[in-house]
Design a protein around this ligand. Structure first.
Ligand SMILES: [Zn+2]
Length: 338
């Protein structure tokens, strides 16, 4: 079987799978068909509904580039080997108005598309649209297949709506922020990538929990109101993305250069979480963690050496999924701030 990929890498990578094709306002788009050879037969791409598909350049026998025109939200795209379906069906979303990604983000967050704006506790969450520090790659600013939600800590204080300038100045961002009182704000529309967790940006939506971090790597845990709001957000992620299970994604059990003792606590915690009732096992490969589905966190999805979101919040992740208690491991106490 083959699947469609974004064209963010050259050559395209099978890891960059998409389940929605985002066309521009005029209905134009491009995507790669990875695995397009069925033995000696080259696949064709057909559109049900409006639009046309034209094959283009090939990367060896792995990926062929397809160009689409005249698409609408009613168009459905599928690859075929002869008459036999050879891919899943790609949905089409037509881009928001606005020349720049910042303008598009603003338009999407001013709208009422339930795929773009989170609803928590029965209402759209308030929005503070970022104009910069979004869309991490020029040719693929949109999310690929959403595999879950990544939890972070801000390592600072403040209200949920106070971080626009901080994000834009730092060139880092997140889809959502939840403050200590449990208030939530959306900064980035859900179809646009936030710049939150490096190589995990394309497949995981992101949320920052407001909380303090220390130079030692010690961080605060989530407050009760934060946990309640995060549960609501998680419910929305799963409602919009039916492939996301009510489980943890694979936990990263490799070692990063954080300092021996803290790195060791993270390894122990990964094993405890990965084998918990809501766990999906562990891996020492960040790529393998990105290639899994469920609730995740910054540390498990990025090659960068940062303790985010801290052992306290990591241990609380099962509580987001309905488990009663935080998962604790020996030696974690000194890395948890009151
Ligand atoms: Zn983070």
């Amino acid at each position: 079987m083959a699947h469609f990929v974004s064209l963010q890498r050259n050559p395209p990578s099978p890891e960059d799978d998409i389940d929605v094709l985002f066309a521009d306002a005029a209905g134009n788009a491009r995507a790669g068909l990875w695995g397009f050879m069925d033995g000696s037969t080259a696949c064709t791409v057909k559109i049900t509904g409006p639009g046309s598909a034209t094959p283009g350049m090939k990367y060896g026998n792995t990926t062929q580039v397809w160009t689409f025109t005249g698409l609408t939200a009613a168009s459905r795209i599928q690859g075929f080997s002869g008459t036999r379906p050879f891919t899943g069906v790609l949905e089409v979303h037509i881009g928001a108005a606005g020349a720049s990604l910042g303008e598009q983000n603003k338009a999407l967050l001013a709208g009422s598309d339930p795929d773009e704006r989170a609803r928590v506790a029965g209402a759209f969450v308030p929005a503070v649209p970022l104009e910069k520090a979004i869309g991490d790659y020029h040719y693929a600013p949109k999310m690929g297949t959403v595999r879950g939600l990544a939890v972070h800590i801000t390592a600072g204080g403040g209200a949920a709506d106070s971080l626009k300038k901080t994000f834009e100045d730092r060139g880092a961002s997140t889809h959502f922020v939840i403050d200590r009182a449990g208030s939530i704000v959306q900064y980035v529309a859900a179809s646009i990538r936030a710049q939150a967790q490096g190589p995990g940006n394309g497949h995981f939506l992101s949320v920052e929990m407001v909380g303090v971090g220390a130079a030692s790597g010690a961080c605060q845990t989530m407050t009760g109101p934060q946990l309640t709001t995060l549960r609501g957000l998680w419910g929305w992620v799963r409602e919009r993305h039916s492939g996301v299970p009510n489980k943890l994604a694979r936990a990263f059990a490799g070692r990063k250069a954080l300092g021996t003792e803290l790195a060791e606590v993270y390894v122990k915690l990964a094993h405890a979480l990965g084998s918990s009732p809501v766990g999906s096992g562990v891996s020492d490969s960040i790529a393998a963690c990105i290639d899994s589905y469920g609730l995740s966190c910054h540390y498990w999805l990025d090659t960068a050496v940062k303790p985010c979101p801290g052992v306290g919040i990591m241990g609380q992740l099962p509580q987001v999924l309905g488990q009663p208690d935080r998962v604790a491991v020996a030696g974690d106490g000194k890395y948890i701030l009151a």
